[in-house]
Each structure stands twice: as C-alpha cells, then as structure tokens.
Design a protein around this ligand. Structure first.
Ligand SMILES: *[C@@H]1O[C@H](CO)[C@@H](O)[C@H](O)[C@H]1NC(C)=O
Length: 410
C-alpha cells in the first residue's frame, strides 16, 4: 500500500512538473468581445520554484502563501510590443497583472504573447508564453451601450467578480440576461486626466456592453432630447434610470451612449474624378479690376506716427544738450572767457599754496632732502658737496649697501 501511494505521488509530481514546465498558457478570445486574462502571481511563483528544482511543485499547494511582488513584461512573440488589440495593466508589483482587449476580424488566429516575469523579491526572471486563440465569428451584437463609471479604475473592474457585478446592473437596466462585454477602457486612454492621489479620486472606466436584443425603455431615454438638454445645462439628467447595487459601479448617465449598429451605414459616394483637362472653349477669365484697398490708415500708423515721435524726441534732446548746460545761462554763452577764468583761479591757488609751504617753520621731512639713506637715516652733509660743483656730476645714487643684504643696523 505504502509503495503504491509513493509511486502514484511520484508519478503525479512528474506529470505536474512536466506540464508546468513545458506547456504554454492558453486562452481563447472571440472577435468583438472583451478578452481578459489575469496574470496571477501565485501561479508564476510556483513556476519559479520548479525552475529552481529545489522545490516540489506538488507541495507548493500547501506551502507558504507568501506571494512575492512581480513585474510582468508582455509583448507579441519576436516583437517589441503587444498586438494592437491587446493592452496590459498592472498597478503595483504586489498586485496581479491583466491582459485585456477586444480582438477584431484581422486578429483571428493564434496570437502568441511572450511574458517575462521578474520576481521582485528574489530577482529571478522567467520567460513564458501565452497563446491566445482568437475565433470568429463572435456573437451578433447590433445593440451596444457604453457606460462611464467615474468611481472605478481599470484594474479594479477587470477581475471577474467586479465584472459580474457590473453586468448584473446592466442586465437590470436592459431587461435581458443575454449580454456580453464589448470593451472596457480606462478613461486615461480616452484623454482623461490622471486624478489627484487622494482618497475619492478615480480615473474612471468606460464599459461597453452589447446584445442582440433591442434597447429597453430605460436605455432609450438616453436618446430623448430632454435628456440631452438637461445634460448640457446642468450636467445631470432627470431621465437617469441607472441601477447600481454597489455605489462604486454607478454610471454617469450623461456620459453614457447607445450604439445601434443594426442600421446599415450608407457610405458617402466617392467623388468622381474628371479627366483633369479643361475643355477647349473653356478658358480662365481673370477679374478685370480688384477692389481697391485703403492703405492710408496703415501708412499713418506705421510711418507717420513713429516719425513724429522720433522728431519730438530729437527736439527735446537737442534742447537739453545745447541750451540747458550748467553755467551757460549765467554767462550768456561766452565760453572762452569761462575757460580763462578757470585757468586763472587754478594758477592763483597753486601760487598761494607754494607761498604757504615756503613759510613753514617745521623742518621738511628727511625723505624730501637729497642723498638721504633710508636705512641708516644718515645723510650726506651738503658741505661735502664741492662748492659750486655741478649737480649733474653728483651720482644720483650713492655707493651703499644693497638694500636687500643683511647689513641692516641691529
Ligand atoms: C476598445 O477601446 C479602445 C480604447 O478606447 C479602442 O482603441 C478600441 O478600438 C476599442 N475596441 C473596440 C473593438 O471597440
């Protein structure tokens, strides 16, 4: 018995680890309907363990439930970005990521997505593949409605439980169970603004739902003219018949729209191109005379006014520079006389100063005398000078010690 048990345990370990290691993840999507794939961190965490081979994946089901923070990088295989219809979102590394979007006809077939998963706790990196098979045709859903939920954020709306809650509200409004999600978009992707990081501020989410059943009475009120007028005037509508069991799922009735795709859209006829050549007798007749334009006002403003201003400025400057110089007004512009007067006073003053200096009793400072030795204070007596010697024969600098040598008096 024990042998059998351990053998089956071993077998299941092998099977599980083979499956986990080798299999790509698969998912399927339908054209025109919302596709959501949740990248669950616990799933990838168990993959990391099999990767390290020191854990048995079988046991991780009972193992510690400490889910590591993870970052995902998703792209189309061999391409740098995701396919156009698919978007990825993950708010925090401590939360799951979501791949979501609505495939179109041209996306039918296998869409292989490469996932790079970085475990932000151990910094292990792991590469995996997700194969999304898009099938066509989807359900025929000519009647669609889009609701704006101002109190929601995309990552909070994408989990299936919240989507079910929203769907229940819409089912109540529409009166049918036969509804499908067509598109879920963050308001930020539609030009919405990033809200303040405060409690009670949300990005907002657009939810588009479709069915083959015609709109209910309640929904048709969205098209009444009274509703539109009220929305334009006040921003709220009395025609609001929306249901919200959960306050955060309440819709903004004024920003909700109906789409009736059952009415065929008549394509506008393309313009028929001509031959590109004028007929022989058709010729271009230019008009004889153009209506004359009046330029007088322009001329006045651009030429005359600045000219007059410049002239006035010039006159003012001339007056200031020539007629109002200091002293001129007193002496009636006899300029040479003033200059002579200045010169005379300077001359008289310096004469007076010299006289005063000559009458000083205090002996003049030694440094002013000739042949004074600045170091020794010694001075050559004027008697040494040969009487009547020509002053040009006395050396200007007496033979003495170099001022920089150490022969200064101690
Ligand atoms: C879904 O919404 C996005 C964003 O507004 C848009 O780009 C995309 O075309 C929509 N898809 C469909 C199928 O309507």
């Amino acid at each position: 018995m024990a042998d059998k048990g351990s053998f089956s345990f071993f077998l299941s370990v092998c099977v599980v680890s083979c499956l986990v290691v080798n299999a790509d993840y698969t998912a399927s999507a339908t054209v025109g309907q919302l596709f959501v794939y949740e990248l669950q961190r616990e799933v990838f965490q168990s993959e990391f363990r099999t990767f390290q081979t020191d854990f048995i994946p079988y046991l991780t089901h009972y193992g510690p439930i400490n889910i590591h923070p993870m970052a995902f990088k998703c792209s189309k295989e061999m391409y740098p970005d995701l396919p156009r219809w698919l978007r990825f979102t993950q708010r925090e590394t401590s939360e799951n990521g979501f791949l979501y979007g609505t495939p179109l006809e041209e996306d039918v077939g296998r869409n292989t997505i490469e996932l790079v998963i970085v475990n932000k706790q151990t910094y292990d990196t792991f590469k995996d593949r997700l194969v999304i098979t898009v099938t066509s045709p989807g359900k025929f859903m000519p009647y669609q409605a889009e609701f704006f939920m101002p109190l929601r954020e995309i990552e909070i709306v994408l989990p299936s439980t919240v989507r079910e809650d929203i769907m229940r509200d819409v089912q109540d409004m529409w009166g049918t169970e036969n509804l499908e999600f067509v598109n879920i978009t963050s308001a930020l992707d539609r030009g919405g603004r990033v809200p303040l990081p405060l409690l009670g501020h949300f990005e907002g989410v657009y939810v588009k739902v479709g069915t083959d059943q015609y709109f209910s009475e309640c929904l048709l009120r969205l098209q009444s003219s009274g509703h539109r007028q009220q929305c334009e005037a006040t921003g709220t509508s009395k025609e609001d018949c929306s249901v919200c069991w959960d306050k955060s799922n309440c819709v903004n009735w004024c920003k909700s729209v109906l789409f009736d795709l059952s009415i065929p859209v008549i394509p506008t006829p393309a313009p028929t191109p001509g031959s590109g050549i004028l007929d022989a007798d058709d010729f271009y007749d230019p008009p004889d005379s153009l209506p004359s334009r009046e330029f007088w006002a322009d001329y006045l403003v651009t030429v005359i006014v600045p000219l007059v201003l410049a002239l006035i400025l010039c006159l003012i400057l001339t007056y200031i520079m020539c007629c109002r110089r200091e002293g001129v007004e007193k002496r009636d512009a006899k300029t040479p006389e003033i200059q002579l007067y200045h010169q005379r006073t300077i001359h008289n003053n310096s004469d007076e100063l010299r006289e005063m200096a000559g009458g000083r009793v205090v002996p003049p400072p030694l440094s002013t005398l000739p042949m004074f030795n600045a170091h020794t204070g010694e001075r050559m007596p004027p008697l040494q000078r040969p009487f009547g010697a020509d002053s040009s024969q006395i050396p200007l600098i007496m033979a003495q010690e170099e001022p920089n040598t150490d022969t200064l008096p101690r």
